[in-house]
Design a protein around this ligand. Structure first.
Ligand code: PHE
Length: 465
């Protein structure tokens, strides 16, 4: 068996974990949640939660991976607790369920990028009626699957190249480009006429329009899990490639702050643009426009770009390239978690495990890709297939995996093991806080998310967020 791959250093690890964390969640979900939950109130709450609970969970996953040198499927057995192998299996199922539909959305982004590229080349106006364009595209007989294939092929290509030559190199190239583009776009939007109102709307705490604090906390916590790529084995796998002399706590601080920075920046880009547009067109109120949910990225923003005339084609092109980079590096991290799990369990070559994961993604992805068109009659619990996968994996399985991981570390393995692992790259100062978080705080908060997610989907009571 060949030696386990490893990152070339701490920077490579931080970059990889940040590249996984920074994705669609930062660019689209954070701005819209922040606007929904009273601006500054939400941002402050998110920061607090990410640094405490998020940090503790990140530390845990990375330390478990590094100590065992295994990915999520085999980590519990390797640590001498084979009775917890079911948890490894659950944590492996999550990326296997999310990756296919994430690649379908990645395909949508490729499609939009191509549409803006052809607008730029043709010198014409960008997408004149985005609503029609979006509906026609996702409902088309073949194109959603074709674009999904393109996105998936790119992802698998990078994974085949391996940890150092594939993942690391791509992150080194794409992450700086992503940051520069995000800055440039935010600056462009912030200097447009009427941007001030949008920035106020985004940042100033708005207690009148802010639902109760419990909901803000739940909303911020749900976003934090998704945004930090927690509870899907990714950080365990990435941790298993980390060298012993690198510091886990320091790396985690780097990851949390870069994730937050891009999320906040995305808000500067998205919120003022949409608010200014809504005020101009007078068609919808700012609040309604910003809360358009997933449509925000594929319908509302393209509408904003359309008002910019020829410049709009360029802005759209830059925006969707930025989104593409973010989605691509996140998909890569999920794929690596799946590939590593198969490799660690069956001791097969990387090529073979990439092949197995690819086949699974192509089959499961078909359900989501065709789910708004030729297979739209498949509606489990009344949801289109993509929404169903998202609900099942993200809203149900992730909190279960996260809660069980906290209980495992807090009460079975003992926080000491993680603390010891964290002390390799320097002294770990937050030992007490860490233990209390893992034993009491984290399980309670995580179970609260689970309950609220279930209530949301079934429309039960006021607990839904
Ligand atoms: N963290 C990513 C984001 O913010 C999404 C993601 C989810 C990535 C699951 C990997 C796994 O968009």
């Amino acid at each position: 068996m060949s030696a386990r791959a490893s990152w070339s250093g701490q920077l490579a690890f931080v970059l990889a974990a940040a590249a996984s964390a920074i994705g669609l969640g930062n660019l689209w979900r954070f701005p819209y949640l922040a606007a929904h939950y009273g601006g500054g109130v939400f941002i402050a709450m998110y920061l607090l939660l990410a640094l405490t609970l998020g940090g503790a969970l990140l530390i845990t996953e990375i330390a478990l991976g590094r100590k065992s040198r295994q990915s999520q499927l085999t980590v519990f057995g390797a640590l001498g607790h084979s009775r917890w192998n079911w948890l490894g299996l659950a944590a492996t199922l999550v990326p296997f369920l999310i990756l296919p539909y994430y690649c379908v959305i990645g395909g949508w982004v490729v499609k939009y990028f191509c549409a803006y590229a052809s607008a730029v080349l043709g010198g014409g106006n960008p997408l004149a009626s985005p609503d029609v364009f979006f509906k026609a595209f996702i409902g088309a007989p073949w194109s959603p699957y074709v674009f999904f294939l393109i996105f998936t092929a790119g992802t698998m290509g990078v994974i085949l190249l391996g940890v150092k030559r594939g993942i690391e190199q791509v992150n080194l190239l794409l992450m700086p480009l992503l940051l520069v583009m995000a800055f440039a776009l935010a600056l462009y939007v912030a200097t447009r006429p009427g941007a001030g109102a949008g920035i106020r709307f985004y940042l100033v705490p708005d207690f009148a329009n802010c639902p109760n604090l419990g909901k803000v906390i739940l909303g911020a916590m749900g976003q934090m899990f998704y945004s930090l790529s927690l509870a899907m084995g990714i950080m365990i796998t990435y941790g298993s490639y980390m060298r012993r002399d690198d510091s886990i706590p320091r790396s985690v601080v780097g990851v949390v702050f870069s994730d937050l920075a891009v999320a906040v920046l995305a808000g500067f880009m998205v919120v003022p643009a949409v608010v200014a547009f809504a005020a101009q067109s007078g068609a919808e109120g700012s609040r309604a426009a910003i809360e358009a949910g997933p449509g925000l990225m594929f319908v509302t923003l393209p509408k904003v770009f359309a008002t910019l005339g020829v410049a709009g084609a360029w802005v759209g092109l830059a925006f969707f390239l930025l989104v593409l980079f973010a989605a691509f590096t996140s998909a890569i991290s999920m794929t690596e978690a799946c590939v590593a799990a198969v490799g660690d369990r069956f001791h097969c070559s990387r090529r073979l495990s990439v092949g197995a994961v690819t086949v699974t993604v192509l089959v499961l992805g078909a359900f989501s890709a065709f789910g708004y068109g030729r297979w739209s009659m498949l509606k489990p619990f009344g949801m289109p297939m993509l929404d169903f996968f998202d609900f099942f994996a993200n809203s149900l399985m992730c909190p279960v995996v996260a809660a069980a991981t906290c209980i495992f570390v807090g009460w079975v393995l003992g926080p000491r093991t993680v603390v010891d692992e964290c002390s390799f790259g320097g002294k770990f100062r937050m030992e007490g806080l860490y233990s209390v978080t893992m034993r009491y705080l984290a399980p309670v908060l995580v179970i609260a998310i689970l309950v609220s997610e279930v209530c949301r989907y079934f429309g039960w009571g006021g607990w839904s967020i």
